[in-house]
Ligand binder design. Structure first.
Ligand SMILES: [Zn+2]
Length: 409
């Protein structure tokens, strides 16, 4: 590229970065005046006027009159438009596909759940294509669909929209975004479900305004989303937080990753049910029925002081607590949020977790640490909401909406 070409490109990039900065400020701190935006962003007032004019033209923000605290003429402030923009959020689960049509205020307009018939690449692409097409048909002409978000367990490359590995389906190195582009021109954002839910807690949940926290999710496996200094931690290949494969016992059961005694082989819904069944079959006294066990039943029994259930949940707390202590030592978070059915046993589980964290992490790191339930439990499509929000805040989706021609997409 010529020197002039480079300057033009840099100038264009700078404009996009500044537009995203202004949008983000209005979205997180609005209603906010242009004067305050200029002050906080350190942008020239003329730039702020220019950028807000463009955002207004595309309907991304709107003006609201705010009564000044001193009385007198109401001042004009800016806030983001939430309800005019719709997106489709899909969560690809193990057995089912959840699909929501949502707006930016996180209101769900439509929600469908369909059972997955096939688990190979062709079947997964077909199920997602069908669900997306169906949901797009529900968008009314006066509304604007802006994007598709897809979250799932496993390793994904959001940059290329590729699913690298899935623990639940027979898909590897599947260029999912590219394949779905045959049913829609809308931008498609793909992410790991636990990492996306951590972001959802940051935008709307228990970790709002919290710059350092970790969401730990226990379901079929165990995973974590780590937010450090206000940013979701991502490595070069965009995947970190696979805590499920930290080794707890070198002589434990074999894990699906090939190793032995990973956290997931002790702390996952399936493992907890299996451990309970094994104790019951040894003849220990309990009100539980080994033929009718689920994580919910075990949690409930633990709260009712059933000795086997209490023992299992405490043991789960000990194993998971050791891994949480490692996370505390590494990242010194303000909060750890827990998601999954297991939080139903919080009264028994959390003290066991606290004890391990206190024993095995630095006192100055753990003394103010808050251990809490995550806000979003079983609302899988909230992860997609966070991917869309981030794409707006970090410029990519914002630019796509502001491109000419997007209005008719
Ligand atoms: Zn493993």
């Amino acid at each position: 590229m010529s020197a002039r070409g480079e300057r033009v490109a840099n100038h264009e990039l700078l404009k996009q970065v500044n537009a995203a900065l202004v949008y983000r400020l209005i979205d997180t701190q609005g209603p906010i005046s242009r004067v305050d935006i200029a002050q906080i962003s350190a942008l020239a007032p003329a730039s702020v006027t220019n950028i807000t004019r463009q955002l207004l033209e595309h309907g991304l923000i709107k003006e609201v009159a705010q009564q000044a605290s001193t009385g007198g003429r109401p001042a004009i402030s800016l806030t983001t438009e939430q309800t005019a923009f719709l997106f489709i959020s899909c969560r690809l689960g193990r057995e089912e596909l959840q699909c929501s049509v949502m707006d930016l205020s996180d209101t769900v307009h439509q929600h469908t759940v369909s059972k997955l018939q096939r688990h190979d690449a062709e079947g997964i692409v077909a199920a997602l294509s069908q669900a997306i097409q169906q949901q797009l048909q529900t968008v009314r002409p006066e509304q604007q669909a802006i994007a598709i978000a897809i979250t799932m367990a496993g390793l994904v490359d959001p940059q290329t929209g590729t699913v690298l590995y899935s623990p639940n389906h027979q898909i590897a190195n599947l260029r999912l975004a590219e394949q779905l582009q045959t049913v829609t021109d809308l931008p498609i954002y793909i992410g790991n479900d636990t990492r996306a839910l951590a972001l959802a807690e940051y935008y709307l949940g228990t970790a709002q305004k919290c710059q350092d926290f970790i969401l730990v999710s226990i379901h079929h496996g165990a995973g974590a989303g780590i937010v450090s200094n206000g940013q979701l931690l991502l490595g070069k290949n965009r995947n970190v937080g696979e805590i499920g494969h930290i080794q707890i016992d070198p002589f434990g059961n074999q894990c699906h990753c090939g190793n032995f005694g990973c956290l997931e082989t002790f702390v996952s819904n399936k493992a907890i049910v299996a451990q309970t069944k094994a104790l019951l079959e040894r003849g220990h006294s309990s009100n539980l029925d080994s033929n009718n066990l689920s994580i919910e039943i075990i949690c409930k029994a633990a709260l009712a002081d059933d000795p086997i259930a209490v023992q299992i949940i405490r043991q789960t707390g000990n194993h998971l607590g050791r891994v949480l202590a490692i996370l505390v030592n590494l990242f010194n978070p303000e909060k750890i949020l827990l998601a999954g059915e297991i939080v139903q046993s919080a009264a028994v589980l959390f003290p066991a977790l606290q004890q391990q964290i206190q024993r095995q992490s630095l006192p100055s790191f753990n003394q103010d640490l808050q251990l809490e339930k995550a806000r979003f439990q079983g609302q899988g499509t909230m992860g997609g909401y966070a991917l869309i929000k981030r794409a707006l805040h970090e410029s990519d989706l914002l630019q796509r909406i502001m491109q000419p021609g997007m209005d008719n997409a």
